[in-house]
Design a protein around this ligand. Structure first.
Ligand code: 5AD
Ligand code: SF4
Length: 479
Protein backbone atom coordinates (compact mmCIF):
# COMPACT_ATOMS: atom_id res chain seq x y z
CA UNK A 1 0.00 0.00 0.00
CA UNK A 2 1.14 3.55 -0.57
CA UNK A 3 1.47 5.91 2.35
CA UNK A 4 1.30 9.71 2.24
CA UNK A 5 5.10 9.80 2.54
CA UNK A 6 5.48 7.56 -0.48
CA UNK A 7 4.93 9.62 -3.61
CA UNK A 8 2.75 7.97 -6.24
CA UNK A 9 4.67 6.66 -9.18
CA UNK A 10 3.23 6.33 -12.63
CA UNK A 11 3.42 3.45 -15.05
CA UNK A 12 2.55 3.66 -18.71
CA UNK A 13 1.79 0.30 -20.29
CA UNK A 14 1.68 0.25 -24.07
CA UNK A 15 -0.07 -2.81 -25.45
CA UNK A 16 0.53 -4.32 -28.87
CA UNK A 17 -1.19 -7.32 -30.45
CA UNK A 18 -4.07 -9.42 -29.28
CA UNK A 19 -6.74 -9.16 -26.61
CA UNK A 20 -4.74 -11.52 -24.42
CA UNK A 21 -2.07 -8.86 -24.24
CA UNK A 22 -4.73 -6.31 -23.24
CA UNK A 23 -5.72 -8.63 -20.41
CA UNK A 24 -2.06 -9.20 -19.42
CA UNK A 25 -1.44 -5.45 -19.38
CA UNK A 26 -4.33 -4.96 -16.95
CA UNK A 27 -2.93 -7.68 -14.72
CA UNK A 28 0.54 -6.10 -14.79
CA UNK A 29 -1.08 -2.86 -13.64
CA UNK A 30 -2.72 -4.89 -10.85
CA UNK A 31 0.54 -6.42 -9.60
CA UNK A 32 2.25 -3.01 -9.66
CA UNK A 33 -0.51 -1.18 -7.77
CA UNK A 34 0.67 -2.33 -4.31
CA UNK A 35 4.10 -0.86 -5.11
CA UNK A 36 2.49 2.55 -5.50
CA UNK A 37 2.35 2.61 -9.30
CA UNK A 38 -0.75 4.22 -10.74
CA UNK A 39 -1.48 3.87 -14.46
CA UNK A 40 -0.96 6.84 -16.74
CA UNK A 41 -1.42 7.52 -20.43
CA UNK A 42 1.00 10.45 -20.37
CA UNK A 43 4.55 9.55 -21.31
CA UNK A 44 6.07 12.69 -19.78
CA UNK A 45 4.84 11.80 -16.29
CA UNK A 46 5.77 8.10 -16.38
CA UNK A 47 8.36 6.67 -13.97
CA UNK A 48 8.13 3.33 -15.71
CA UNK A 49 7.19 2.32 -19.23
CA UNK A 50 6.25 -1.24 -20.12
CA UNK A 51 5.93 -2.31 -23.74
CA UNK A 52 3.72 -5.38 -23.84
CA UNK A 53 4.72 -6.77 -27.18
CA UNK A 54 3.50 -9.00 -29.97
CA UNK A 55 5.70 -11.24 -32.11
CA UNK A 56 3.11 -12.79 -34.37
CA UNK A 57 4.22 -10.92 -37.48
CA UNK A 58 7.49 -9.23 -38.33
CA UNK A 59 5.96 -5.75 -38.49
CA UNK A 60 4.66 -6.07 -34.93
CA UNK A 61 8.12 -7.02 -33.63
CA UNK A 62 9.98 -4.27 -35.52
CA UNK A 63 7.70 -1.62 -34.03
CA UNK A 64 9.11 -2.51 -30.62
CA UNK A 65 12.69 -1.72 -31.55
CA UNK A 66 11.76 1.66 -33.04
CA UNK A 67 9.75 2.49 -29.91
CA UNK A 68 12.72 1.50 -27.75
CA UNK A 69 14.90 3.99 -29.66
CA UNK A 70 12.49 6.79 -28.75
CA UNK A 71 12.40 5.66 -25.13
CA UNK A 72 16.20 5.73 -24.90
CA UNK A 73 16.06 9.45 -25.75
CA UNK A 74 13.39 10.04 -23.13
CA UNK A 75 15.39 8.13 -20.51
CA UNK A 76 18.35 10.34 -21.33
CA UNK A 77 16.30 13.55 -21.03
CA UNK A 78 14.84 12.37 -17.71
CA UNK A 79 18.30 11.45 -16.40
CA UNK A 80 19.53 14.97 -17.23
CA UNK A 81 16.76 16.27 -14.94
CA UNK A 82 17.65 13.80 -12.19
CA UNK A 83 14.60 11.58 -12.83
CA UNK A 84 14.77 7.88 -13.43
CA UNK A 85 12.73 6.01 -16.00
CA UNK A 86 12.46 2.24 -15.68
CA UNK A 87 11.94 0.50 -19.00
CA UNK A 88 10.47 -2.97 -19.32
CA UNK A 89 9.72 -5.08 -22.37
CA UNK A 90 7.11 -7.75 -21.74
CA UNK A 91 5.18 -10.20 -23.88
CA UNK A 92 6.07 -12.32 -26.87
CA UNK A 93 8.93 -10.27 -28.35
CA UNK A 94 10.56 -10.38 -24.91
CA UNK A 95 10.12 -14.15 -24.87
CA UNK A 96 11.42 -14.73 -28.38
CA UNK A 97 14.11 -12.07 -28.60
CA UNK A 98 15.09 -11.41 -24.98
CA UNK A 99 18.83 -11.71 -25.59
CA UNK A 100 18.60 -9.54 -28.69
CA UNK A 101 16.75 -6.83 -26.76
CA UNK A 102 19.41 -6.67 -24.04
CA UNK A 103 22.11 -6.53 -26.73
CA UNK A 104 20.41 -4.08 -29.11
CA UNK A 105 18.77 -1.94 -26.43
CA UNK A 106 21.00 -2.13 -23.33
CA UNK A 107 19.11 0.79 -21.77
CA UNK A 108 16.18 -1.55 -21.10
CA UNK A 109 15.94 -2.54 -17.43
CA UNK A 110 13.63 -5.54 -17.49
CA UNK A 111 12.78 -8.10 -20.14
CA UNK A 112 10.01 -10.45 -19.09
CA UNK A 113 8.14 -13.13 -20.98
CA UNK A 114 4.36 -13.61 -20.94
CA UNK A 115 4.59 -16.31 -18.25
CA UNK A 116 6.53 -14.08 -15.85
CA UNK A 117 4.54 -10.94 -15.19
CA UNK A 118 3.60 -12.05 -11.67
CA UNK A 119 7.32 -11.60 -10.92
CA UNK A 120 7.28 -7.98 -12.04
CA UNK A 121 7.25 -6.52 -8.48
CA UNK A 122 10.36 -8.49 -7.57
CA UNK A 123 12.13 -7.36 -10.74
CA UNK A 124 11.13 -3.73 -10.17
CA UNK A 125 12.48 -3.94 -6.63
CA UNK A 126 15.77 -5.32 -7.96
CA UNK A 127 16.03 -2.44 -10.44
CA UNK A 128 15.43 0.04 -7.62
CA UNK A 129 18.14 -1.62 -5.51
CA UNK A 130 20.63 -1.67 -8.38
CA UNK A 131 19.98 1.94 -9.33
CA UNK A 132 20.37 2.89 -12.96
CA UNK A 133 23.65 1.78 -14.44
CA UNK A 134 25.63 4.89 -15.32
CA UNK A 135 25.28 6.18 -18.87
CA UNK A 136 28.03 5.38 -21.31
CA UNK A 137 30.43 8.35 -20.86
CA UNK A 138 31.23 8.58 -24.56
CA UNK A 139 27.87 8.01 -26.22
CA UNK A 140 25.75 9.22 -23.32
CA UNK A 141 23.51 6.20 -23.85
CA UNK A 142 21.62 5.56 -20.61
CA UNK A 143 22.33 2.29 -18.83
CA UNK A 144 19.71 -0.30 -18.07
CA UNK A 145 19.60 -3.00 -15.41
CA UNK A 146 19.15 -5.77 -17.99
CA UNK A 147 17.19 -8.23 -15.91
CA UNK A 148 15.92 -11.05 -18.08
CA UNK A 149 13.08 -13.35 -17.02
CA UNK A 150 11.77 -15.53 -19.81
CA UNK A 151 11.54 -18.94 -18.13
CA UNK A 152 8.46 -21.06 -18.54
CA UNK A 153 7.76 -21.75 -14.86
CA UNK A 154 6.42 -25.13 -13.80
CA UNK A 155 3.56 -23.42 -12.01
CA UNK A 156 1.25 -21.12 -13.89
CA UNK A 157 1.49 -17.38 -13.33
CA UNK A 158 -2.23 -17.52 -12.57
CA UNK A 159 -1.41 -19.32 -9.32
CA UNK A 160 0.55 -16.27 -8.16
CA UNK A 161 -1.58 -13.36 -9.23
CA UNK A 162 -3.43 -11.25 -6.72
CA UNK A 163 -7.10 -10.56 -7.29
CA UNK A 164 -7.70 -7.83 -9.82
CA UNK A 165 -7.86 -4.46 -8.07
CA UNK A 166 -10.14 -2.89 -10.62
CA UNK A 167 -13.03 -3.87 -12.80
CA UNK A 168 -12.67 -3.48 -16.51
CA UNK A 169 -15.98 -1.79 -17.13
CA UNK A 170 -19.02 -3.01 -18.95
CA UNK A 171 -17.29 -5.26 -21.46
CA UNK A 172 -14.48 -7.26 -19.88
CA UNK A 173 -11.83 -9.78 -20.92
CA UNK A 174 -11.02 -12.89 -18.92
CA UNK A 175 -8.13 -15.15 -19.92
CA UNK A 176 -9.04 -18.78 -19.25
CA UNK A 177 -6.44 -20.60 -21.31
CA UNK A 178 -2.95 -19.89 -22.57
CA UNK A 179 -0.43 -21.39 -24.91
CA UNK A 180 -0.84 -23.80 -27.76
CA UNK A 181 0.31 -27.29 -28.69
CA UNK A 182 -0.88 -27.21 -32.29
CA UNK A 183 2.30 -25.97 -33.93
CA UNK A 184 0.88 -24.51 -37.12
CA UNK A 185 3.78 -24.20 -39.54
CA UNK A 186 3.77 -20.38 -39.58
CA UNK A 187 3.07 -19.53 -35.95
CA UNK A 188 5.33 -18.44 -33.08
CA UNK A 189 2.72 -18.82 -30.34
CA UNK A 190 3.70 -22.34 -29.20
CA UNK A 191 7.25 -21.03 -28.75
CA UNK A 192 6.47 -17.68 -27.13
CA UNK A 193 3.47 -18.63 -24.98
CA UNK A 194 4.44 -22.23 -24.25
CA UNK A 195 2.29 -25.32 -24.07
CA UNK A 196 -1.40 -25.33 -23.45
CA UNK A 197 -2.64 -24.51 -19.96
CA UNK A 198 -6.24 -24.14 -18.77
CA UNK A 199 -7.19 -22.32 -15.59
CA UNK A 200 -9.31 -24.29 -13.13
CA UNK A 201 -13.08 -23.75 -13.38
CA UNK A 202 -13.39 -22.33 -9.85
CA UNK A 203 -10.76 -19.66 -10.53
CA UNK A 204 -12.46 -18.65 -13.78
CA UNK A 205 -15.89 -18.43 -12.16
CA UNK A 206 -14.54 -16.42 -9.21
CA UNK A 207 -12.89 -13.91 -11.55
CA UNK A 208 -16.03 -13.67 -13.68
CA UNK A 209 -18.15 -12.96 -10.59
CA UNK A 210 -15.73 -10.21 -9.56
CA UNK A 211 -15.87 -8.63 -13.00
CA UNK A 212 -19.68 -8.65 -12.91
CA UNK A 213 -19.66 -7.19 -9.39
CA UNK A 214 -17.51 -4.36 -10.83
CA UNK A 215 -20.05 -3.65 -13.55
CA UNK A 216 -19.30 -6.08 -16.40
CA UNK A 217 -22.38 -7.03 -18.44
CA UNK A 218 -20.38 -8.79 -21.12
CA UNK A 219 -17.37 -11.08 -20.73
CA UNK A 220 -15.14 -12.32 -23.53
CA UNK A 221 -13.25 -15.37 -22.36
CA UNK A 222 -9.86 -15.52 -24.01
CA UNK A 223 -7.26 -18.08 -24.94
CA UNK A 224 -4.85 -18.67 -27.79
CA UNK A 225 -6.79 -21.88 -28.30
CA UNK A 226 -9.78 -21.12 -26.17
CA UNK A 227 -11.96 -23.97 -27.38
CA UNK A 228 -9.24 -26.46 -26.41
CA UNK A 229 -10.02 -25.37 -22.81
CA UNK A 230 -10.02 -28.28 -20.36
CA UNK A 231 -9.87 -26.72 -16.90
CA UNK A 232 -10.07 -28.80 -13.75
CA UNK A 233 -13.59 -28.90 -12.29
CA UNK A 234 -15.02 -30.63 -9.23
CA UNK A 235 -15.32 -33.94 -11.08
CA UNK A 236 -12.40 -33.78 -13.49
CA UNK A 237 -11.62 -31.69 -16.56
CA UNK A 238 -14.36 -29.50 -17.99
CA UNK A 239 -14.60 -28.38 -21.63
CA UNK A 240 -15.44 -24.90 -22.89
CA UNK A 241 -19.11 -25.74 -23.53
CA UNK A 242 -19.61 -26.76 -19.90
CA UNK A 243 -17.69 -23.73 -18.64
CA UNK A 244 -19.94 -21.42 -20.69
CA UNK A 245 -23.00 -23.13 -19.20
CA UNK A 246 -21.62 -22.34 -15.74
CA UNK A 247 -20.76 -18.75 -16.63
CA UNK A 248 -24.24 -17.89 -17.90
CA UNK A 249 -25.62 -18.70 -14.44
CA UNK A 250 -23.89 -15.62 -13.00
CA UNK A 251 -26.66 -13.09 -12.31
CA UNK A 252 -26.16 -9.84 -14.21
CA UNK A 253 -23.93 -11.35 -16.89
CA UNK A 254 -25.90 -10.68 -20.06
CA UNK A 255 -23.45 -11.49 -22.83
CA UNK A 256 -20.69 -14.01 -23.38
CA UNK A 257 -18.14 -14.37 -26.14
CA UNK A 258 -15.07 -16.55 -26.57
CA UNK A 259 -11.99 -16.13 -28.73
CA UNK A 260 -9.80 -17.43 -30.41
CA UNK A 261 -10.94 -20.85 -31.52
CA UNK A 262 -9.55 -23.60 -33.71
CA UNK A 263 -11.90 -25.40 -36.14
CA UNK A 264 -10.59 -28.76 -34.89
CA UNK A 265 -11.87 -28.08 -31.38
CA UNK A 266 -15.43 -27.12 -32.36
CA UNK A 267 -16.91 -30.24 -30.77
CA UNK A 268 -20.59 -31.23 -30.67
CA UNK A 269 -21.07 -29.87 -27.15
CA UNK A 270 -19.72 -26.44 -28.09
CA UNK A 271 -21.79 -26.23 -31.27
CA UNK A 272 -24.87 -27.18 -29.25
CA UNK A 273 -24.09 -24.47 -26.68
CA UNK A 274 -24.59 -21.91 -29.46
CA UNK A 275 -28.12 -23.26 -29.90
CA UNK A 276 -28.94 -23.40 -26.20
CA UNK A 277 -27.40 -20.27 -24.65
CA UNK A 278 -28.99 -16.97 -25.69
CA UNK A 279 -26.23 -15.13 -23.78
CA UNK A 280 -23.64 -16.57 -26.15
CA UNK A 281 -23.41 -13.86 -28.78
CA UNK A 282 -23.96 -14.87 -32.41
CA UNK A 283 -20.55 -13.91 -33.78
CA UNK A 284 -17.85 -16.56 -33.81
CA UNK A 285 -14.23 -15.83 -34.68
CA UNK A 286 -13.00 -19.06 -36.24
CA UNK A 287 -9.69 -18.71 -38.09
CA UNK A 288 -9.39 -20.96 -41.14
CA UNK A 289 -6.24 -19.39 -42.69
CA UNK A 290 -6.76 -20.93 -46.16
CA UNK A 291 -9.43 -22.57 -48.31
CA UNK A 292 -6.98 -24.99 -49.93
CA UNK A 293 -6.57 -28.49 -48.51
CA UNK A 294 -3.01 -28.59 -49.80
CA UNK A 295 -2.18 -25.43 -47.84
CA UNK A 296 -4.11 -26.50 -44.77
CA UNK A 297 -1.97 -29.62 -44.74
CA UNK A 298 1.25 -27.63 -45.27
CA UNK A 299 0.16 -25.39 -42.42
CA UNK A 300 -0.35 -28.43 -40.15
CA UNK A 301 -3.90 -27.30 -39.40
CA UNK A 302 -5.28 -30.84 -39.05
CA UNK A 303 -8.54 -30.20 -40.92
CA UNK A 304 -9.78 -29.71 -44.47
CA UNK A 305 -11.78 -26.89 -46.01
CA UNK A 306 -14.80 -29.23 -46.09
CA UNK A 307 -14.43 -29.85 -42.34
CA UNK A 308 -14.58 -26.09 -41.79
CA UNK A 309 -17.64 -25.70 -44.00
CA UNK A 310 -19.36 -28.52 -42.10
CA UNK A 311 -18.72 -26.81 -38.76
CA UNK A 312 -20.18 -23.57 -40.14
CA UNK A 313 -23.26 -25.38 -41.50
CA UNK A 314 -23.90 -27.04 -38.15
CA UNK A 315 -23.49 -23.76 -36.28
CA UNK A 316 -25.99 -22.14 -38.61
CA UNK A 317 -28.44 -24.98 -38.06
CA UNK A 318 -28.47 -24.51 -34.28
CA UNK A 319 -28.17 -20.69 -34.33
CA UNK A 320 -29.49 -19.29 -37.62
CA UNK A 321 -28.41 -15.71 -36.89
CA UNK A 322 -24.79 -16.66 -36.21
CA UNK A 323 -22.19 -14.70 -38.17
CA UNK A 324 -18.64 -15.77 -38.83
CA UNK A 325 -15.34 -13.99 -38.56
CA UNK A 326 -11.98 -15.50 -39.49
CA UNK A 327 -8.26 -15.05 -40.16
CA UNK A 328 -6.61 -15.63 -43.54
CA UNK A 329 -2.97 -15.81 -44.57
CA UNK A 330 -1.98 -14.92 -48.13
CA UNK A 331 1.18 -16.43 -49.57
CA UNK A 332 2.16 -19.19 -47.16
CA UNK A 333 5.18 -21.07 -48.61
CA UNK A 334 4.12 -23.37 -51.43
CA UNK A 335 0.87 -21.51 -52.15
CA UNK A 336 0.05 -21.40 -55.86
CA UNK A 337 -2.70 -19.59 -57.71
CA UNK A 338 -5.12 -22.53 -57.46
CA UNK A 339 -4.66 -22.55 -53.68
CA UNK A 340 -5.36 -18.85 -53.57
CA UNK A 341 -8.49 -19.34 -55.70
CA UNK A 342 -9.64 -22.04 -53.26
CA UNK A 343 -9.37 -19.47 -50.46
CA UNK A 344 -11.39 -16.97 -52.48
CA UNK A 345 -14.03 -19.64 -53.14
CA UNK A 346 -14.29 -20.52 -49.46
CA UNK A 347 -14.72 -16.86 -48.54
CA UNK A 348 -17.42 -16.46 -51.22
CA UNK A 349 -19.26 -19.63 -50.15
CA UNK A 350 -19.19 -19.12 -46.39
CA UNK A 351 -19.65 -15.33 -46.25
CA UNK A 352 -17.95 -13.52 -43.37
CA UNK A 353 -19.26 -10.64 -41.30
CA UNK A 354 -15.72 -9.53 -40.52
CA UNK A 355 -12.23 -10.93 -40.88
CA UNK A 356 -8.52 -10.31 -40.50
CA UNK A 357 -6.17 -11.13 -43.33
CA UNK A 358 -2.40 -11.03 -43.39
CA UNK A 359 0.46 -11.42 -45.75
CA UNK A 360 2.53 -14.44 -44.73
CA UNK A 361 5.45 -13.22 -42.62
CA UNK A 362 8.31 -15.66 -41.92
CA UNK A 363 8.88 -16.00 -38.19
CA UNK A 364 12.28 -17.20 -37.01
CA UNK A 365 12.26 -20.74 -35.65
CA UNK A 366 8.96 -21.78 -37.24
CA UNK A 367 8.95 -24.60 -39.84
CA UNK A 368 7.45 -22.44 -42.60
CA UNK A 369 10.18 -19.81 -42.30
CA UNK A 370 12.79 -22.25 -43.58
CA UNK A 371 10.52 -24.00 -46.09
CA UNK A 372 11.31 -23.95 -49.82
CA UNK A 373 8.97 -22.27 -52.30
CA UNK A 374 8.61 -18.97 -50.46
CA UNK A 375 6.10 -16.82 -52.36
CA UNK A 376 7.43 -13.60 -53.90
CA UNK A 377 6.36 -10.36 -52.16
CA UNK A 378 4.46 -8.86 -55.13
CA UNK A 379 2.41 -12.06 -55.46
CA UNK A 380 1.64 -12.06 -51.73
CA UNK A 381 0.61 -8.41 -52.00
CA UNK A 382 -1.70 -9.07 -54.94
CA UNK A 383 -3.37 -12.07 -53.30
CA UNK A 384 -3.84 -10.22 -50.03
CA UNK A 385 -5.41 -7.28 -51.87
CA UNK A 386 -7.90 -9.63 -53.59
CA UNK A 387 -8.79 -11.35 -50.31
CA UNK A 388 -9.22 -8.03 -48.53
CA UNK A 389 -11.41 -6.54 -51.25
CA UNK A 390 -13.77 -9.51 -51.09
CA UNK A 391 -13.86 -9.49 -47.28
CA UNK A 392 -14.49 -5.75 -47.24
CA UNK A 393 -17.46 -6.19 -49.58
CA UNK A 394 -18.85 -8.93 -47.36
CA UNK A 395 -18.51 -6.82 -44.21
CA UNK A 396 -20.22 -3.87 -45.89
CA UNK A 397 -23.04 -6.11 -47.15
CA UNK A 398 -23.46 -7.63 -43.69
CA UNK A 399 -23.66 -4.19 -42.06
CA UNK A 400 -25.97 -2.79 -44.74
CA UNK A 401 -28.37 -5.72 -44.31
CA UNK A 402 -29.00 -4.61 -40.73
CA UNK A 403 -30.25 -1.16 -41.73
CA UNK A 404 -33.95 -0.91 -40.91
CA UNK A 405 -33.74 -3.95 -38.59
CA UNK A 406 -33.93 -4.03 -34.81
CA UNK A 407 -31.33 -5.59 -32.56
CA UNK A 408 -30.19 -5.42 -28.95
CA UNK A 409 -27.35 -3.05 -28.14
CA UNK A 410 -25.20 -3.10 -25.03
CA UNK A 411 -24.25 0.49 -24.29
CA UNK A 412 -20.68 0.74 -23.09
CA UNK A 413 -19.88 4.46 -22.98
CA UNK A 414 -20.48 7.95 -24.32
CA UNK A 415 -20.41 8.51 -28.06
CA UNK A 416 -17.97 10.82 -29.81
CA UNK A 417 -20.37 13.76 -29.97
CA UNK A 418 -22.17 15.32 -26.98
CA UNK A 419 -25.53 13.72 -26.25
CA UNK A 420 -24.51 10.45 -27.87
CA UNK A 421 -24.08 7.00 -26.39
CA UNK A 422 -22.14 4.16 -27.99
CA UNK A 423 -22.33 0.42 -27.73
CA UNK A 424 -22.10 -2.88 -29.54
CA UNK A 425 -24.59 -5.01 -31.41
CA UNK A 426 -24.68 -8.78 -30.81
CA UNK A 427 -22.33 -9.04 -33.84
CA UNK A 428 -19.84 -6.66 -32.24
CA UNK A 429 -20.48 -3.79 -34.64
CA UNK A 430 -19.89 -0.43 -32.96
CA UNK A 431 -23.11 1.60 -32.96
CA UNK A 432 -23.98 5.07 -31.66
CA UNK A 433 -27.15 7.05 -31.23
CA UNK A 434 -28.54 10.12 -29.50
CA UNK A 435 -29.60 9.15 -26.02
CA UNK A 436 -29.09 9.74 -22.31
CA UNK A 437 -25.95 8.61 -20.50
CA UNK A 438 -28.23 6.53 -18.25
CA UNK A 439 -28.33 3.98 -21.07
CA UNK A 440 -24.71 3.07 -20.40
CA UNK A 441 -24.56 -0.42 -18.90
CA UNK A 442 -27.98 -1.33 -20.31
CA UNK A 443 -29.11 -3.49 -23.18
CA UNK A 444 -31.85 -1.97 -25.30
CA UNK A 445 -33.54 -2.81 -28.58
CA UNK A 446 -32.30 -0.42 -31.24
CA UNK A 447 -33.35 0.25 -34.78
CA UNK A 448 -30.36 0.47 -37.08
CA UNK A 449 -30.64 3.66 -39.12
CA UNK A 450 -27.49 3.74 -41.22
CA UNK A 451 -24.34 1.82 -41.98
CA UNK A 452 -21.37 4.18 -41.88
CA UNK A 453 -17.72 3.54 -42.74
CA UNK A 454 -16.70 1.70 -39.58
CA UNK A 455 -19.81 1.73 -37.47
CA UNK A 456 -23.60 1.85 -37.44
CA UNK A 457 -25.91 4.59 -36.28
CA UNK A 458 -29.21 3.81 -34.64
CA UNK A 459 -32.26 5.07 -32.78
CA UNK A 460 -34.03 3.73 -29.72
CA UNK A 461 -36.62 1.29 -31.03
CA UNK A 462 -40.27 2.21 -30.56
CA UNK A 463 -42.25 0.27 -27.99
CA UNK A 464 -42.22 0.06 -24.24
CA UNK A 465 -38.48 0.73 -24.11
CA UNK A 466 -38.00 -1.37 -21.03
CA UNK A 467 -34.44 -2.27 -20.16
CA UNK A 468 -34.03 -5.95 -20.96
CA UNK A 469 -31.86 -6.42 -17.92
CA UNK A 470 -31.38 -4.60 -14.67
CA UNK A 471 -28.76 -1.84 -14.80
CA UNK A 472 -25.32 -2.94 -13.70
CA UNK A 473 -24.31 -2.31 -10.12
CA UNK A 474 -21.63 0.33 -9.98
CA UNK A 475 -19.55 -0.70 -7.01
CA UNK A 476 -16.47 1.27 -6.10
CA UNK A 477 -13.33 -0.28 -7.53
CA UNK A 478 -11.41 -1.35 -4.48
CA UNK A 479 -9.12 -4.30 -3.92
N1 5AD B 1 2.35 -14.59 -40.94
C1 5AD B 1 1.16 -14.01 -41.20
N2 5AD B 1 0.10 -14.14 -40.40
C2 5AD B 1 0.25 -14.88 -39.29
N3 5AD B 1 -0.61 -15.18 -38.31
C3 5AD B 1 0.02 -15.94 -37.40
N4 5AD B 1 1.29 -16.13 -37.77
C4 5AD B 1 1.46 -15.49 -38.95
C5 5AD B 1 2.54 -15.33 -39.82
N5 5AD B 1 3.72 -15.88 -39.58
C6 5AD B 1 -2.00 -14.77 -38.31
C7 5AD B 1 -2.93 -15.98 -38.36
C8 5AD B 1 -3.49 -16.02 -36.97
C9 5AD B 1 -3.50 -14.55 -36.60
C10 5AD B 1 -3.60 -14.23 -35.16
O1 5AD B 1 -2.28 -14.06 -37.11
O2 5AD B 1 -3.95 -15.73 -39.30
O3 5AD B 1 -4.77 -16.61 -36.88
FE1 SF4 C 1 -0.72 -20.42 -33.62
FE2 SF4 C 1 -3.39 -20.70 -33.45
FE3 SF4 C 1 -1.91 -22.50 -34.82
FE4 SF4 C 1 -1.76 -22.39 -32.14
S1 SF4 C 1 -3.57 -22.95 -33.38
S2 SF4 C 1 -0.05 -22.59 -33.55
S3 SF4 C 1 -1.98 -20.18 -31.75
S4 SF4 C 1 -2.22 -20.31 -35.31
Amino acid sequence: MTTPSQPKRRVLIRTYGCQMNVYDSDRMADVLAPLGYAPTEVLAEADMVILNTCHIREKAAEKVFSELGRLRDLKQENAAQGRSLTLAVAGCVAQAEGAEITARAPWVDIVLGPQSYHRLPELVARVARAGAIAPNPITGTPGGTRLLDTDFPVESKFDHLPEATQGQGISAFLTIQEGCDKFCSFCVVPYTRGSEYSRPVAAVLAEARRLVAHGAREISVLGQNVNAYHGEGDNGPVGLAQLLRELVKIPGLARLRYTTSHPRDMDDALIQAHGDLPQLMPLLHLPVQSGSDRMLQAMNRGHTAADFRRVVDRLRQVRPDIALSSDFIAGHPGENDADHQATMALIRDVGFASAFSFKYSPRPGTPAAGAPLQVAEPIKDARLAEIQALLRDQTQAFNAALVGQECDVLFTGPGRDPGQVAGRTPWLQPIHLSGPASLIGQIRPIRVVASLRNSLSGALAAGPGQPLHAPATQEPATA
